[in-house]
Ligand binder design. Sequence first.
Ligand SMILES: [Zn+2]
Length: 193
Amino acid sequence: MIYAIEPDGSLRYEWLFFEDDENGRLVVREEYGDLVCPACGKIDEAAALARGIGDGFRCRTDRDLVATSEDWLCASARFREFVEASRLEGLGFVPVPHSDYHVVQPTTLVETDETAAGFENHRLCGTCGRYSERVAGPLLAGMQLPESHSVFFGSSIANENVKVAYRPCFAHEDVIDLLKSRDFDGIDFVAAH
Ligand SMILES: [Zn+2]
């Protein structure tokens, strides 16, 4: 059995890639300004993360897993330490400045057959080739599941919400049982299908 690992709460008005401009309008953070597609306004999240997380982002929570306003995941030091001590693979952690938290995302990306993965795609950008939204999928039926039971994984095809691309994180029930044994705060385990 495969589960999706989801936070059961979100940071309010804490955006990883966006900030308010002087008029109170939400814009891409200044340090990522050159990564914006001029046509649709989406940014290259991987390139942004490679530059590190801006000082302006705050992760104010005491949960072990929480979503930013654009639905990226942040995990506590306690969560990261447990994952590493348990030798679970497939997650990347990027430190959030001035905090014990990390932005976390699946780094094991499994081959995905788009025709079987159940995505609903909306409005393709002719300039960057991304959809304004890509939702509903990925279904397990379209994903080549890893043989290892001790790995977190995501789809090679990212989802898109109106703001950013993001990847839901999945794992085998063996991983879920381990996580449940540790009483983490703020994590939902949702049976994937
Ligand atoms: Zn675009």
